[in-house]
Design a protein around this ligand. Structure first.
Ligand SMILES: [Zn+2]
Length: 405
């Protein structure tokens, strides 16, 4: 059974449509702004000039569309929708009310998400540490969770695929060797958040350089290089298109990756710098100081507070040491690729948010300054981006070589 959720949006749309008038053109244009449906409503502005009959039909279809698009399933219906995937494995759901995180399980397979803070919000659905889907997120309505139809469809398709692959794949894995299983590449900013922007005259052309675009290009090429070398590792991206995620969502995604005791995840966030002084240039790599790390052990272990504190301190120490080794390895990679003509600003430590909340060795790389002309030339040329990508790749590869030997 499908449950249709009537939301406040529907009522405000109804009210808006009641006010709808054919007479002044300006009014049609100004009043009919409705988030996410601008295209349809542009159509409505034109309908203003048609007959009332056409108008009524159009209003009716818009209302129908709105009800349909906001339909969502209850938890029970969602679990029922998953049950046909495998006759032997039942679907289960765990909900963390504090973190507002949910996990769907079918056997060893799972899909993790963070609930929407507002209805209609999209975000990630992480399947088995290996695939990230962007989908409308489940949301809380009067204390009950609702699962948008598109979300349930995505989950169903992903789980179906996983079961099919598992049936085809019988390769045994080495369970004891210590290894990096997952690399998360975070391209900074995105969507409505462009990051740093500057304009320069490059090859006598006025060129605008935007951080979100440079870092996405670099991240995508880095992913491809890493996937070629490490087909057995999971190479995830927090975003692979021009899309906006909050820092909390990026950290949630990183922390949603599940690893065994002998496995590790590394997290690398890619950014570009900006300085008020146009002469400031060069690359730098940040890691987190241990004092800024939050409680790393999750509360579902029943350790006493003292033991938790000690274990946390040990984990902090380990993550910090690994983060420093990773940062230095990437700095060496950059120095080898770019030579001494591009200055290294070195390794730096700070309480940077994404890294702070990630339970893994993590670094943030500033590729260069968009505000500096020479750096901008490097970061906008194909050859320059290739060098930067190779530098990051070599840095990560060297770290893995050390870690896994
Ligand atoms: Zn940035």
């Amino acid at each position: 059974m499908k449950t249709t959720v009537k939301s406040i949006k529907i009522f405000s749309l109804l009210r808006l449509l009641q006010n709808f008038s054919c007479e002044p053109k300006v009014r049609c244009n100004n009043n009919l702004r409705f988030k996410g449906k601008t295209g349809l409503l542009d159509g409505f502005s034109k309908a203003c000039y048609k007959t009332n009959r056409v108008l009524q039909q159009a209003l009716f279809s818009l209302l129908f569309f709105s009800f349909y698009s906001l339909s969502a399933l209850t938890l029970d219906d969602t679990l029922n929708a998953l049950s046909p995937i495998s006759p032997n494995v039942s679907a289960q759901f765990r909900w963390d009310p504090l973190m507002q995180d949910g996990v769907f399980n079918m056997g060893d397979n799972y899909g993790v998400f963070s609930a929407a803070t507002v209805e209609g919000e999209t975000g990630f659905l992480l399947i088995n540490n290996s695939e990230v889907f962007n989908t409308p997120l489940p949301y809380n309505n009067n204390g009950s969770l609702f699962f948008p139809e598109a979300f349930v469809e995505t989950l169903k398709t992903a789980f179906t695929q996983v079961f099919e692959n598992a049936a085809a794949n019988t390769i045994a894995s080495d369970e004891t060797r210590f290894r990096v299983t997952t690399i998360i590449i975070d391209a900074g900013h995105g969507g409505r958040d462009p990051g740093a922007i500057s304009k320069h005259s490059i090859n006598s052309k006025n060129t605008e350089i935007t951080e979100k675009d440079i870092v996405l290009k670099t991240a995508l090429s880095l992913r491809d290089l890493l996937r070629q070398t490490y087909p057995e590792k999971k190479i995830l991206m927090t975003r692979d298109t021009d899309i906006y995620y909050t820092l909390e969502q990026r950290a949630d995604m990183a922390n949603a990756v599940n690893v065994k005791d002998n496995e590790a995840v590394i997290f690398i966030s890619i950014h570009a710098n900006w300085g008020a002084n146009a002469n400031a240039r060069g690359y730098e790599v940040w890691h987190i100081t241990s004092s800024h790390r939050r409680t790393l052990l999750s509360s579902d272990h029943n350790y006493s507070p003292d033991i938790t504190a000690i274990l946390n301190a040990m984990l902090e120490e380990e993550y910090t040491t690994e983060s420093i080794i990773l940062a230095d390895s990437i700095l060496r990679g950059l120095n080898q690729e770019l030579g001494s003509s591009v200055p290294s600003r070195g390794r730096k430590a700070n309480d940077w948010f994404v890294v702070r909340n990630s339970r893994m060795p993590a670094v943030l790389v500033e590729l260069g300054f968009v505000s500096n002309r020479q750096d901008a030339v490097l970061m906008t040329s194909g050859e320059g981006l290739q060098k930067l990508t190779r530098a990051l790749y070599n840095g990560i590869k060297n770290f893995i070589d050390i870690f896994e030997q």
